[in-house]
Design a protein around this ligand. Structure first.
Ligand SMILES: O=C(CO)[C@H](O)[C@H](O)COP(=O)(O)O
Length: 210
């Protein structure tokens, strides 16, 4: 089981500062959608150049033109690129084809998908690398989480790795780990802590035992 740090509410300098603190405890660093909106794909390049040993995920949440947008993210140094599960199969196929050309990976984010298990099985069959359940900020504000969704996709995803994101904290991590995802994605549960290094270290300790 691996740990991904999601960076959303910082600029490039702030992202570098946080990653410097916690790099030894994380497997993947995510350049979140708000950073890409604010700074562009330069943010992906900046973090990949600064931390070449880390896997970098570009959270583009692609909805259309999958092949082209994955190509651009790969050129910027992204190792993993996100595509929305609500997008058309042709978009996901295009993304997967493009990623394969350069040895990159595709994570499909099931945020706002209604039939979670059904769509998870479909995108799994399209050859994606990760299927991720995700309660975004707006759902988190309504008190929702994706823990039950993780159980649902574990039963149907046969070839891809599984991932979970959305409001995961140290206190809820054991419940997440018990469901057995391959990748645990944590943003505010690390970045919002006064001691980010300790939070990341403890999370890494827990996921490494699983
Ligand atoms: O993609 C995102 C929001 O759309 C976040 O990166 C993801 O939800 C992880 O952050 P947090 O742990 O703070 O919820």
């Amino acid at each position: 089981m691996k740990l991904q740090l999601a960076l959303d509410l910082v600029d490039i300098a702030g992202a570098k500062e946080i990653v410097s603190e916690v790099a030894e405890f994380i497997d993947v660093v995510e350049i979140g959608t708000p950073i890409v909106i604010n700074e562009g794909l330069h943010a992906v390049r900046a973090i990949k150049d600064a931390f070449p040993a880390l896997t970098v995920l570009a959270d583009l949440k692609i909805m259309d033109a999958g092949g082209y947008e994955v190509m651009k993210a790969a050129e910027a140094g992204a190792d993993i690129v996100t595509v929305l599960g609500v997008s058309d199969d042709s978009t996901i196929k295009g993304a997967v084809e493009e990623a394969k050309k350069s040895g990159r990976e595709i994570l499909v984010d099931l945020i706002n998908v209604k039939d979670i298990a059904g769509r998870a099985a479909e995108v799994d069959a399209l050859g994606v690398d990760y299927v991720c359940v995700h309660s975004g900020y707006d759902h988190q504000a309504e008190g929702k989480n994706s823990f039950a969704d993780l159980q649902a996709i574990k039963g149907v995803v046969k070839q891809a790795k599984t991932a979970i994101a959305g409001g995961i904290k140290l206190s809820t991590l054991p419940e997440v780990i018990a469901a057995g995802p391959d990748l645990v994605i944590v943003g505010g549960g690390i970045t919002g802590e006064s001691d980010q290094r300790s939070a990341a270290a403890e999370m890494k300790r827990l996921v490494s035992q699983a």
